[in-house]
Design a protein around this ligand. Structure first.
Ligand code: KG4
Ligand code: ZN
Length: 329
């Protein structure tokens, strides 16, 4: 059994976790920065990076104390090295390098997307490779065949906005503030998903990719027309996103023999999306796995777990591992 310390600061959540190779989460902490970014309607990179610098050391100490261990008990330090807002990425990566250097323990530079991609295996011991992954977050919307640790085949990506970005933009248009996903989902509960006719970009297309820009523009027009109730716009928008995700995932499943469908990333916290994809998996005769909502949105348990998987595979990194704003899987 190995003990991995995970560090995450690539967007607007500062997070630290201690996870074992046998799937125990000994302690974890996530501190968001919503209040700091709210006035700007989105994440301000400079504010985010400074906030990570202020909070991360305290969180590391708190998590070690909660787990009643010291840094000497840790077998390796896993830190997100990208992709993300570069000023933020550098904070956790440099903290991880400092701890690795001071203790002589190995550093594991984790791709944040690999953290999301492997996260379902932290809570689902029966989920074996390969699986088809729908990765839906604020920055990404991809379909990947996950064949093993570090082995990914990308089947589709978005040609414009990510799914989470679409939720955040729709929320902004509806005056719901940032982050938009949970607010749109809450408002959609009291709305009629058939009330507002909205497009489903790419649905039915043989091109496997996603597109959400046209949907955003249609929401903009619906809001400006001022004839629909906001809850109906929210519900209709959410239904349109669900239809797009289901259609694209169905197409990807037709070219993948993977026995399981998995959905991960912040948008996978959405109840309507979770249940629609569970239904799709049943229809297509695949197993289905989705992590609990807290593990879908950004956290360090998934980074520590990806670190545990990489450590077991002998994949450690040198102290000159670069921080990367862009880093495709
Ligand atoms: O994975 P994540 O926490 O950060 C990134 O790596 O991007 O994803 C954040 C995204 C945001 O766009 C947020 O609005 C969206 O996930 N999100 C949701 C929900 N919760 C978070 N979208 C729809 N419904 C939700 N319940
Ligand atoms: Zn993320």
């Amino acid at each position: 059994m190995t003990l991995i310390l995970g560090l995450e600061s690539s967007c607007d959540d500062s997070a630290v976790a201690l996870v074992t190779s046998d799937r125990q989460i000994l302690a974890q902490a996530v501190v968001g920065q919503n209040a700091a970014h709210q006035p700007y309607g989105g994440v301000v990179p400079e504010i985010a990076a400074r906030a990570h610098v202020e909070i991360l050391p305290t969180l590391i100490q708190r998590v070690l104390d909660d787990a009643k261990v010291t840094i000497r008990d840790v077998d390796a330090v896993a830190a997100t090295a990208g992709p993300g807002l570069i000023g933020g990425v550098m904070v956790a990566l440099l903290a991880g390098k400092g701890l690795a250097l001071a203790t002589g323990k190995p550093l594991i530079a984790v791709n944040h997307l690999e953290g999301h991609a492997l996260s379902p295996r932290l809570v689902d011991p029966d989920l074996d490779f390969p699986y088809l992954l729908l990765l839906v977050s604020g920055g990404h919307c991809q379909l990947l065949e996950v064949r093993g640790v570090g082995q990914y085949r990308r089947l589709a990506t978005t040609i414009d906005d990510a799914a989470g970005e679409a939720f955040d933009k729709a929320a902004k248009l509806l005056g719901l503030g940032y982050p938009g996903g949970p607010a749109v989902e809450a408002l959609a509960r009291s709305g009629d998903p058939k009330a507002v006719p909205l497009p489903r970009p790419m649905v039915g297309s043989g091109d496997p990719n996603f597109s959400f820009a046209g949907l955003k523009s249609a929401v903009q027009r619906a809001v400006a027309a001022d004839v629909h109730r906001p809850e109906d716009i929210a519900a209709s928008f959410q239904r349109a996103v669900v239809d797009c995700l289901v259609d694209r995932t169905r197409l990807a499943l037709s070219s993948s023999a993977a026995p399981a469908l998995v959905v991960a990333g912040g948008v996978a916290a959405n109840g309507a999306i979770r249940s629609a994809l569970a239904d799709l998996a049943t229809q297509e005769g695949r197993l289905f796995s989705v992590p609990p909502a807290w593990l879908c949105t950004d956290n360090a348990a998934m980074i520590a777990w990806a670190g545990a998987e990489r450590f077991a595979a002998g994949l450690c990194d040198a102290l000159d591992a670069p921080a990367r704003a862009r880093w495709p899987l």
